[in-house]
Design a protein around this ligand. Structure first.
Ligand code: SF4
Length: 404
């Protein structure tokens, strides 16, 4: 790509630009590996502006690896609640526990310094390990993620799918070859900063770019077209029905985080409810095939052990939620009862106080549809969803169903 004097000038320009114009972010200016690690995990798939309040709140409660390792998982997930991709939080805590449990003589409570040890921790891949080790310890490791790959592809005018076999390795070689080994931490952050602020996916701001004169993509007039589009997975429509029980005190019922049963397959199905509720506390929820009312009632009957109580399902406004390739429609029903049923795997808490438990954004949206301010959204049962919704007219607005 570049060599000799040209590469030296390229590095000098980019580093000078970064040091002058970098954004003032809470994880910049620290070399504490725990803080850098936390920021890198939170920033995966998540915008900087969304991460900042979570990052600060998380550090107030868990200021170091040991506090995180010793905390109840539920509290960790609660502080993560709303940030999404909860496996990140679970892996973060498991990794903290592994670090704290290391044998005496090793550096207790500190993120490992060796690449192979870092990669052995849950949730740590090549990018995250390189970012933490270079920024915290000055290790000469170049980061490569989608952002950096886009910058490199434009600089080198690389065509094709960047994730195609062989191409990602070429990009890693490019990243390694341009790394400034005198300041690997700053260098990696400079590459990321360029991708995040100027060399953005759409409309790169080449006129402001400190390394525009080195950019082959710009010279060829193809920078905006790079990287070339990947074939996206076809979107899949998923329909769920959820039961929002409410008693006279405004309390509701949430089911405990689903646990994987031995031998069960949790991967694959687009409508897998435990995955869609992020394996967190959730309303009784099912995937709907044809008839939300009948199918939900059947499921509630099973949940309550065959109880014959009559339930009145009041349809709430439909809720939309998107997760990767899934376009999810949730049909929530309000079920008002004088007394909420007692279920071993459930908890009872105020409907407007669900933040005390870790819940997913999907559950949060369902709760919002049932809160008083959303009352005007309540409407008759959707027709045609799933092809065979039977409730009609008045019966649709209030589907009263026996529990037989
Ligand atoms: S010149 Fe434009 S395309 Fe090239 S690296 Fe800079 S911002 Fe990206």
């Amino acid at each position: 790509m570049m060599s000799g004097g040209e590469l030296a000038r390229f590095r000098k320009r980019l580093l000078a630009w970064y040091r002058q114009f970098r954004r003032d972010l809470p994880w910049r200016g620290t070399r504490d590996p725990y803080r850098i690690w936390l920021s890198e995990i939170m920033l995966q798939q998540t915008r900087v502006a969304a991460v900042i309040p979570y990052y600060e709140k998380f550090l107030q409660r868990f200021p170091d690896v040991r506090t995180l390792a010793e905390a109840p998982q539920e509290e960790v997930l609660r502080l993560w609640s709303g940030l999404g991709y909860y496996s990140r939080a679970r892996n973060l805590q498991r990794a903290a526990q592994q670090i704290v449990a290391r044998k005496e003589g090793e550096r207790g409570s500190e993120f490992p310094r060796k690449l192979d040890e870092a990669l052995a921790l849950p949730g740590i891949g090549a990018y995250t390990a390189a970012a933490i080790l270079s920024i915290a310890y000055g290790e000469k490791l170049a980061v490569l993620d989608g952002n950096v790959a886009r910058v490199l592809a434009r600089l080198g005018a690389m065509r094709g799918d960047l994730r195609a076999p062989g191409r990602w390795q070429s990009l890693q070689q490019m990243a390694d070859s341009v790394l400034d080994s005198g300041s690997p931490g700053d260098w990696n952050q400079a590459m990321m900063e360029l991708g995040a602020t100027l060399c953005t996916p759409r409309l790169p701001q080449c006129l402001l770019c400190p390394v525009a004169s080195f950019c082959e993509g710009r010279k060829l007039g193809i920078a905006e077209m790079l990287p070339e589009k990947r074939k996206k997975r076809e979107p899949v429509a998923v329909m769920l029905a959820a039961a929002v029980f409410v008693d006279s005190k405004g309390r509701t019922l949430l089911l405990a985080p689903p646990k994987k049963e031995e031998g069960s397959n949790w991967a694959g199905a687009a409508d897998h409810v435990p995955t869609l509720v992020s394996k967190l506390w959730h309303f009784p929820t099912i995937s709907v095939r044809e008839n939300p009312v009948e199918e939900l009632l059947r499921s509630l009957r099973e949940l309550f052990g065959g109880n014959n109580r009559r339930l009145e399902l009041q349809p709430l406004g439909k809720v939309r939620h998107a997760v990767t390739y899934r376009n999810i429609t949730i049909v929530p029903f309000l079920i008002v009862l004088a007394k909420l049923p007692r279920i071993a795997s459930a908890t009872i808490l105020p409907l407007d106080g669900l933040a005390s438990l870790p819940i997913s954004n999907l559950t949060r949206k369902v709760a919002a549809s049932a809160l008083p301010g959303a009352a005007s959204e309540r409407r008759p049962l959707p027709r045609g969803d799933g092809g065979k919704l039977k409730a009609e007219g008045k019966a649709a607005a209030r589907a009263v169903a026996g529990y037989r």
